[in-house]
Ligand binder design. Sequence first.
Ligand code: G3P
Length: 218
Amino acid sequence: MKFFIDTANLSDIKEAQELGVLDGVTTNPSLMAKEGITGHDNIINHYKAICAIVDGDVSAEVISTDFEGMVKEGEALAALDEKIVVKIPMIKDGVKALKYFSNKGIKTNCTLVFSAGQALLAAKAGATYVSPFIGRLDDVSTDGMDLIDKIRLIYDNYGYQTEILAASVRHPMHIIQCAEIGADVMTGPLSAITALLKHPLTDIGLEKFLADYAKGNK
Ligand code: G3P
């Protein structure tokens, strides 16, 4: 399973990259705003800074909601760096834009996906990635993991090449369950990735090994 980090925070991206397990980055307008990155030029420069850090795909979201606008914005984003994946919302013009970019060989990430039907449409339109939002479904008492399961089944039934990018991941159990189901990618915060490291028996065991070594080497 590929690990993407879901942030626009350069220090978190660097830390994940240095850990050696990072396959890409996803951003969205809210994540950019959280880092205080506003205005067209600053946002573009920030995408360039992210691309300079990471080896892998970097999702950059369009703001337009009409087909022509999404195409214009998406083409400009894609021209920034070969790592850029154009992130398109799951709306009617978005589906048309996915098909357009797919025909042009430009990578896309279909975002704001909350149902199996939406994921099926994204695959038919040739999206490179589909982003079902697990955490936001959990937030409204709907099991987000059920959606990952359904999309995996549907895509495998027909051999769709669209990669399932489990998004809105909030904690390590989301990552583990995605891996069990067979999501192709997960994107989450640095905290969810580093939480995978932790086990009290590891800490206790290491402390004992080091203490025993120290005893024998006085
Ligand atoms: O990748 C989508 C993500 O940014 C949404 O996460 O935690 O805002 O639901 P969240």
